[in-house]
Design a binder for this molecule. Structure first.
Ligand SMILES: [Fe+2]
Length: 219
């Protein structure tokens, strides 16, 4: 959910409002598809944490870097750089690995294989370095992560873990990150005024990443 103050940050909100709405609906649909943690078997709960770790640990910073490399506006560069700095400085991959270890859910070969095909599809998409669709995808990713944190924490709790640093940090900071990425998107779209991709290709990254997230959360 983007707070009302979002309007103040983005004077030309109308440009990105349909994309933002699409992202919110996609996130809500994904969350609505989740099975209650207490209805899952311990192996199903372990699998979700392990696949999430397999996807996020080594790829989040890489995909955010692709957003940085593809962006052209000064505003987008500054926003994405702040995001990357926080990821690296505060060692977010290390935080996630600690979370997985504590929940006895370190990814196995089988977990990596379960997400391989759709992970490769996101990598292919990202390799095109097309700024607007990548920034849209990352805004979706941040938004999803924020809303997914209570569920992930609950899964870990039921697996006997009390480690919460990763889920606590990401439940809060990613709200700001999501807002900031929409501001970056606005800057990129303003710069690409005459050469904007058609609406369908703007949300292409959301679609490939949504399919990958489904692999993560489907038991
Ligand atoms: Fe992070």
């Amino acid at each position: 959910m983007i707070p009302e103050s979002f309007d103040l940050l983005t004077p030309n909100r109308s440009d990105i409002a349909p994309i933002q709405a699409h992202i919110e609906v996609t996130i809500d649909d994904l969350l609505a598809s989740l099975r209650r943690p207490e209805r899952l078997s311990p192996e199903e709960r372990r699998g979700i944490i392990a696949r999430y770790t397999s996807v996020l640990e080594g790829n989040f910073i890489y995909w955010m870097t692709s957003a940085y490399l593809s962006a052209r506006s000064t505003a987008a560069h500054a926003i994405i750089q702040d995001n990357l700095l926080e990821e690296v400085r505060d060692n977010h991959p290390g935080m996630l690995r600690k979370f997985a270890i504590a929940a006895h859910a370190v990814p196995t070969d089988a977990d990596a294989l379960a997400v391989y095909r759709n992970l490769e599809a996101v990598r292919q998409f990202v390799s095109r370095l097309s700024s607007v669709p990548i920034v849209v995808m990352m805004a979706f990713f941040e938004g999803f992560i924020t809303k997914f944190m209570p569920y992930l924490a609950e899964l870990a709790g039921l697996q006997g873990s009390a480690e919460r640093e990763y889920t606590d940090v990401h439940g809060v900071c990613d709200i700001v990150h999501t807002q900031e990425l929409f501001r970056a998107l606005q800057a990129e779209m303003t710069l690409a005024e005459d050469a904007r991709p058609p609406a369908k290709s703007m949300i292409e990254g959301v679609e490939v990443l949504r399919t990958l997230i489904q692999d993560v959360v489907t038991t």
